[in-house]
Write a protein of this length. Sequence first.
Length: 796
Amino acid sequence: MTIVLCEELNTNLRITLMSDATHPSVKNLQRLSITKSYMLAVSIVAIAAMASYGYIHLHLEAAKKSGYIINISGQQRMLSQRIALFSSKIAAEPKSEHSPSYAVELRQVINTMAENHQELLSDLEARSKNSQLSEFYYNEPRNLDARMKRFLSNAKVFLNTYEESATGLGEPQIHQEAFESIINEANAPLLRDLNAAVAQYEAEAEAAVVNFSRTELGIMLLALFMLLLEVLFIFRPLTKRVEDQIVDLRNLNMQLKEAQINLEHKVLARTADLQKAKISAEKANQSKDDFLANISHELRPPLNSIIGHIELMIAFEQMPFKLAKKLNIVIRAARALLGQVNNILDISKIEADALTIEVRPFNLYDSLSFLTETIQPVASKQGIVFESNLDEARDHIVMGDEHRINSVLLNLLSNAVKFSKDGTVSLTVHKEIKNSKLKFTFVVEDDGIGVPLKKRDTIFNKFSQADDSTTRVYGGTGLGLPIAKHLTTLMGGTIDYIPGKKQGSIFTVELAFDEASEEDLASYYAQTARILKEKQDQKAERRGALKDMKIMLVDDNSFNQEVAMEYLQSFGANNITIAKNGLDAVAKFQMDPTYNLIFMDCHMPKMNGYDATREIRRTEELNDLTPTVIVALTADNNGTEEKCLDAGMNAYIQKPLQLRELEQMLKKYYSVTVGFGAQNDTEQDAELISLDSLNNFCTNDLERVMQLLNAFKQKYDQDLTELEKAVENKDKTLFKEACHSLTGSAAFIGSQRLVDICAQAKTERTLGPKKMEKILDEITTTGEQVFTRLSQEVNL
């Protein structure tokens, strides 16, 4: 094998020396030749190592076996002497009480010696036929095999004779001939030959060790020779190739450095260009934001004026319910229009990731009903049939952002009406319960122009519409659907488009809600009851609490001035100064710094509200004046609160100005009670039920009032049944719980008399059966009066 390896290595070396190192094919041949030689040498070394391991393993096993055999062979000498010993003890005193135990031990020794002899014979069969041990065991003069068998046979005869006679009634017998044979063999001939056999076993084991050492030396020399061949014919050529490659790599590295330097110059130049483009884009984006802020300032005041005046009419004018309902629809439509204006502004919020979701309990059916009322007249005017199926949304108070949901669905409904010349537009609600949540699917379907196939993947992109001619024919910014998709995603839902069966479009919105828990509902109704109670307690004379306050209203828009003036005057304020811009406001304040409250518009000519506020704060600091409360009035969307606080303002109110927000702000900064108008009910009727309070709470929405009153009637009937059951069973605990439940419902519709009667159950120390019957009678009587009054007023 070594000769073959040398020839192979010489051949490879000749090929290497004769090749042209610069030619690619020759380099490949060199690489292949060295690889083959290296693999061949490694293979031979591996085979030699494996063979060495196998040989060593076999030798170790043989050595282990030899040691075991030598041990057994030596044990045979000891066993022969023990057989002679126990036989002598038994023969000397066969009647001794110890003889039976000697017999047992003799039996064990005989068996062990027989087993050992059998193993020695098996080992002899495995050894070479030339082994001298075979002469010991099978040939004369020693013939150990025959003599061992004869010795063991005599021992068994001796033992059997003794044991058989000892078990009978007579005297124990000794087989004298067998005994004499045992003693004769054990004393000299057998022991001597067994010693010779042990010596022979040891001699052959030592010879095997010597042979093993010689073989190992040969294997080691072969391995060293193979390593020498590898160094000469493998590693030396390989080292030369590596050195050549290192030189090539150095050259390549220099080329790469030059290329890197050139690339860095190009990157720096490109980075500078990109930085300029980035600055330009940021300026353009800032210009867009400024444009949005300015356009919001221009678009909102007229809408603010419309909404404000109608709110004042609803809040303070006495009018029939039908007229109030129509005005309510008008104001909702105006707010919807304002919402469309806000869509343009919401894009900046989306890009700034500033849109948030506010989760509160709300009545889903009522909210959807508002949408249908808003869209119905628009559809009818265009000759479109509007259909709705909201039944599956009934009786569900859910947790969600009502405003955002309305915004999404109103956008889809408005698009459906806008892009349909005739036909039908429908809103359908489907409900399913999934993972303990209420999952609603809102389906908006129309028979309009539909969406072309090539545009279906882009309709949710900004400024994208179904057709390029759509903008010219129908108008619009192409922002509604992107905003709707973003809002739906924020609420954890999905919005999808499906083409209609024949024509038109189908949009589906899937949203999951948690149903309002008892704690949420309790908080909701408690807040409602508190608001009603506050309205019930408000009297006309309290409106004068703001009359002594000195207020400055700073706004350059006459619409906004008029609405804010009427709002403040409705709360009783009559000392109001108008400033048309920031400079005018600063001048007026410096002349008279005793104002209690300043409403400051943020965007005005000559000086904006932020700078005007800073000047006022500087004046206060120089003259050591108590800071005046300054409230910002702004139509901006992004970063408003931070800008107002940085300028020194105390708070801000988002335009359009609304009564409830203004009331909350006044309550926050001043210890005054503000309210809406005088009540028309008599003292006695007001205790029974206050419809004015309920109407104000519902902003004179007749349908909303009817829904709340019907809900109260159902709750009243349930509580009355519980009260009757408690009286019948004389259950004071159940009676108090039912009264407590009825108290919340009664406060919700403004029946102070029912509230007072139910309170007796909680304050009465000795609530006996007669007292419970009396309270139940009073509740029943008062309840009949309440429903009689309701039937007269609203046909309940």
